[in-house]
Design a protein around this ligand. Structure first.
Ligand code: CP
Length: 327
């Protein structure tokens, strides 16, 4: 694996290698093991052309826990406002020093362009591009679902797939790179994916997607789910009205107190996930977001471990075996 651009291209072995490495990385920063020396002397450029809290901060925390040097670039306040191109921006940063590039961009395909155009010869990690892909988000979601499954079934996480886990991804699928990256990775890991959205918030080409499609959230929940992943309504990407009103969206597709009470009444546990930032009261109620069934903050802390794993594997060529030597 030279780059991490999209989960569609990850094999099961790649995914388990990333997740098992992330399990080890989750212990770094706790107790006596505050940092690892593996990226000492290497520089990671964090190139953010679009706003971010969780992804930007957790990449930075991951780099620091691996002892890397960091160059942070935010398009706001840079020479991008004077018209400097992506090619000139990245070549400028590489000339200062770079051993890997993390990029978030509003244009779908920008990380692929950076990886394949021949402007630089460095590992590229996609931190979210347009509506296309957000691979580290899907990996941290998979890590969280693995922890949920391991806790529920009282088994080890290492080597665990998501075989048999029923995951509903709910809401603004149309604009969601998180949904797309989760769809491919969850399938690779053996989970059963249910996409739930109004027809206006689904892409036209879902026929070829490995997922069951629901337009009614209550039907999807009654069909049986082990986890619900509520998506953010992405108002900033909406140029038109995709539903009549916020109240109507919440009534039909939101995780309301009533739907959350229904999940609580079932005799099996259901995990609640959200990639953040949350629109509380729109796609998810606070009762669900703040409940013991919510894995939202665990998703954030798993984000650091997953990004450490991705940086370690891409920048050193190592594998999870480096941390779990054969007995
Ligand atoms: N989930 C996610 O990508 O959040 P940020 O936009 O805050 O990075």
């Amino acid at each position: 694996m030279k780059h991490l651009l999209d989960t569609k291209e990850l094999s099961l072995a790649d995914a388990l290698n990333l997740l098992d490495t992330a399990d080890y990385m989750a212990g770094v920063g706790q107790g006596d093991l505050l940092k690892l020396p593996h990226l000492q002397g290497k520089t990671v450029v964090n190139l953010f052309f679009e706003d971010s809290t969780r992804t930007r901060l957790s990449f930075e925390a991951a780099e620091k826990r691996l002892s890397a040097d960091i160059i942070n670039f935010a398009a706001k306040g840079s020479s991008v406002s004077k018209g400097e191109s992506l090619k000139d921006t990245i070549q400028t940063l590489a000339a200062i020093k770079a051993d890997a590039v993390v990029i978030r961009h509003s244009a779908s395909g920008a990380p692929q362009r950076l990886a394949e155009a021949g402007w630089i010869d460095l590992p590229v990690l996609n931190a979210g591009d347009g509506t296309h892909a957000h691979p580290t988000q899907a990996l941290l979601d998979a890590m969280t679902l693995r922890q949920f499954k391991a806790q529920r079934d009282r088994v080890e996480t290492r080597g665990l797939t998501l075989e048999g886990l029923r995951v509903a991804i709910v809401g603004d699928i149309l604009h969601s790179r998180v949904a797309r990256s989760n769809l491919w990775l969850l399938n690779t890991l053996g989970a059963q994916v249910k996409l739930v959205a109004p027809p206006t918030l689904l892409p036209r080409y879902t026929d070829s997607w490995p997922a069951e499609i629901y337009h009614n959230l209550d039907e999807a929940l009654e069909s049986g789910v082990d986890a619900v992943m509520m998506l953010r309504i992405q108002k900033e990407r909406m140029q038109a009205a995709f539903f009549p009103s916020a109240e109507e969206f919440t009534r039909f597709w939101g995780l309301t107190p009533e739907r959350f009470a229904y999940l609580n009444s079932l005799n099996h546990e259901t995990a609640v996930l959200h990639p953040g930032p949350m629109n509380r009261g729109l796609e998810i109620c606070s009762q669900a977001a703040d409940s013991p069934r919510s894995w939202v903050l665990r998703q954030v802390s798993n984000g650091v471990a997953v990004r450490m794993a991705a940086l370690y594997l891409l920048m050193t060529g190592g594998s999870s075996q480096d941390f779990y030597p054969a007995a």
